[in-house]
Ligand binder design. Structure first.
Ligand code: DHK
Length: 159
């Protein structure tokens, strides 16, 4: 069994379902966690799923993921646009990093358009809503060299 994929969520994502549903939808973070844990069990990649509103906690968890995890799927939320500490922690990770946003940040207002974290990510997924999470998990498994029957065999996730 590989080390877990860490799926880490930044500020205000605990409010999913309630929060600006026209942008973020009605799915809660608990719904997303359940779906990811079930998918992880199905494909043989355990999942550690967490959310924090605190920058230092996020840095601690990314460092933990570096020691104890295999891949990092990160929705940095509001940290995306200014957090050098989160960026530095991501740069140290060493394994595949998928940055994830529920909304299409490129189509948002100026404040939500440019993620500084993206420069350190292996891949970025945005605009798929809650479905972006299982897509990211499958992509992480593929980047780890695992066989994921839900993704066509032969299509690589990297060059
Ligand atoms: C979530 C947030 O909280 C925003 O700060 C980001 C991201 C977008 C999302 O789409 O998941 O801009």
């Amino acid at each position: 069994m590989p080390k877990p994929a860490y799926i880490l969520n930044g500020p205000n994502l605990n409010m999913l379902g309630d929060r600006e549903p026209d942008i973020y939808g009605h799915t809660t973070l608990a719904d997303i966690e359940r779906a990811c844990v079930a998918l992880g069990e199905a494909i043989g990649l355990p999942v550690a799923f967490r959310q924090t509103n605190h920058e230092g906690v996020m840095v601690d968890w990314i460092q933990e993921a570096r020691r104890e995890g295999s891949a990092l799927i990160l929705n940095p939320a509001g940290f995306s646009f200014h957090s050098v500490p989160v960026l530095d922690a991501v740069r140290m990770f060493g394994g595949p990093v998928i940055e994830l946003h529920i909304s299409n940040i490129h189509a948002r207002d100026a404040q939500h358009r440019h993620s500084i974290i993206a420069a350190a990510a292996t891949a970025v997924i945005c605009g798929l809503g809650a479905a972006g999470y299982p897509v990211a998990l499958l992509a992480a498994a593929r980047l780890l060299g695992m066989e994921t029957p839900m993704l066509p065999v032969g299509l690589k996730a990297a060059p």
